[in-house]
Design a protein around this ligand. Structure first.
Ligand code: BTN
Length: 246
């Protein structure tokens, strides 16, 4: 497969820019990489700290065939697995997935994924997906901002010559390898094996109130099976959890 790579010194947000290109008809496989983002976006309306030189900020345009919006979750989980594979190969250090799609190394978040789908008004199928991946490759020059200083980490402890490029190539290669065989489900096993929430006491964060639960399993659709304190179980398709350390 050929990718159309567009490498920029700066973007507001590679996801936002690629959405504009997608709406103007850009083909699947269009990729934007930026050296820094002035308005990097995270999940749930948060910002994603995107300093120059030390991070990898990239977005991939996909046009999956006849996919329903709930199947689009697959793309995110595949991407989480691809990030783990690429980071492990290049750093030689183990990575973990915090459900749904935060990637951790040595107890710190090194990468986040923001997937945004656009759905056809006519038949409700997914027209295009912007898959945005941010990785903290090196420690930021002036450290991480106060609010994430205790939780964020980077893949390498210090600058390496070509770490960022190798990581970018690795992520794209691993991702497209899985994406070409989207009907297969082997990535789910990898996703489960990398999920560190299973068996942990968690708090499910929600605007309508947080709930305590135990994470029991991650199922075939990468949904999280939880058991609440009253014994009731539920299958969560997406959401935000924090893990309670006991
Ligand atoms: C998260 O951790 O909440 C998701 C972070 C996703 C960040 C990436 S960086 C490239 C792409 N462009 C954005 O504005 N966000 C994603």
């Amino acid at each position: 497969r050929t990718l159309n790579l567009c490498v920029l010194p700066e973007a507001e947000s590679t996801n936002t820019l690629l959405r504009e290109k997608a709406n103007a008809g850009a083909p699947e496989g269009t990729v934007i990489l930026a050296n820094t983002q002035t308005k990097g976006r995270g999940r749930r309306g948060r910002s994603f700290y995107s300093p120059a030189d030390t991070g990898l900020y990239l977005s991939i345009l996909l046009r999956p065939d006849g996919m329903t919006p709930d199947q689009a979750v697959k793309i995110t989980t595949m991407a989480a697995v691809a990030v783990c594979e690429a980071v492990e190969e290049i750093s030689g250090k183990e990575t973990w997935i915090k459900w749904v799609n935060d990637i951790y190394q040595e107890g710190r978040k090194i990468s986040g994924i923001l997937t945004e789908a656009s759905v056809s008004m006519e038949n409700g199928s997914v027209e295009s997906v912007i898959l945005g991946i941010g990785i903290n490759v090196y420690p930021p020059e002036s450290g991480f901002p106060e609010d994430i200083r205790e939780t964020a980490g980077s893949v390498f402890d210090g600058k390496q010559n070509d770490g960022k490029n190798r990581l970018a190539a690795g992520v794209l290669n691993y991702f497209f390898k899985e994406y070409e065989r989207i009907d297969r489900t082997d990535y789910v096993e990898k996703y489960r094996a990398k999920s560190f929430v299973v068996g942990k006491e968690i708090t499910i964060l929600s605007p309508s109130g947080n709930r305590q639960a135990t994470a029991l399993d991650v199922d075939q659709d990468c949904h999280l099976i939880v058991r609440y304190e009253n014994g009731q179980t539920e299958r969560l398709s997406s959401g935000e959890i924090s893990i309670r350390l006991s």
